[in-house]
Design a protein around this ligand. Structure first.
Ligand code: C5P
Length: 234
């Protein structure tokens, strides 16, 4: 499938049209940003790792009956996906306290939560992706009541499957961000699932195997991404 016109360019990915109006190509770049693009850099081979890792997660989830936008991986950095009308809401699921939740409620990172927490953020870079709730989502028409109910259930289901998959590979899924979109009347999981969008900790050492190594200047960024790819590939 040939790349057509560039439809969208984000911080870490580009989206290209194809000859089929229902399909687009998602291209993974090495560019990395954090703190709403105030910190910028590149993580060598990140695009290749995230493309491959997302393929593995999407294929696993499809096998568990979760509908995703994934069709096939075309090359190291290109993935053919179903074209979605994106719901402009970032859905974050949390299993362990970390990141912005730790700051917001003033508790240390690392405390396991008794149940998964679901949070919504309005997808708007200029506003810094502010936190919102279901009432904002339905009032401003970003999704209907029925869609947000479906998205919430899907996010929690996906989280349960990923926790199980990763546990078998000695990895804790601390939290993760998901995006959903509409395709021919159905809600599908979109975007990517990788160390840019999830916090992965080694189960025994709690070593961080994700983008926090870049965000917090911890070093060993590329090695952590490679290690995660190795674990999910087994
Ligand atoms: O920063 P925060 O703790 O809210 O992030 C929660 C999860 O969502 C983390 O896994 C982070 O990688 C992900 N995230 C993301 N894109 C954003 C914000 C958060 O992938 N814009």
């Amino acid at each position: 499938m040939e790349r057509g016109k560039l439809l969208y360019e984000g911080k870490a990915k580009q989206v290209y049209a194809t000859a089929d109006p229902d399909l687009v190509i998602q291209h993974f770049k090495d560019d990395a940003t954090a703190f709403n693009a105030q910190k910028r850099g590149t993580i060598e081979s990140k695009g290749v790792v995230n493309c491959k890792m997302s393929e593995i997660f999407f294929t696993f989830l499809e096998g568990r009956g979760v509908r995703t936008h994934f069709v096939e991986r075309l090359s190291d950095r290109d993935m053919l996906v179903r074209r979605l009308e994106i719901v402009p809401v970032e859905v974050v699921v949390r299993n362990i306290i970390a990141g912005s939740l730790a700051k917001r409620i003033g508790r240390p990172e690392g405390e396991a939560l008794p149940n998964a927490i679901l949070e919504f953020f309005y997808k708007d870079d200029a506003l810094g992706d502010p936190m919102i709730n279901e009432s904002h989502i339905t009032t401003f028409g970003w999704a209907t009541r029925d869609e947000i109910a479906q998205i919430s259930e899907l996010a929690l289901t996906i989280n349960r499957h990923l926790v199980e998959f990763l546990d078998e590979r000695n990895v804790l899924l601390v939290d993760g961000k998901m995006e959903f979109g509409r395709h021919k009347g159905a809600i599908l999981l979109g975007d990517e699932i990788c160390p840019d969008t999830c916090r992965f900790w080694d189960k025994n050492t709690r070593e961080r195997l994700d983008k926090d190594r870049f965000r917090r200047d911890l070093g060993g960024v590329e090695a952590a991404y490679q290690e995660m790819q190795r674990r999910v590939s087994s």
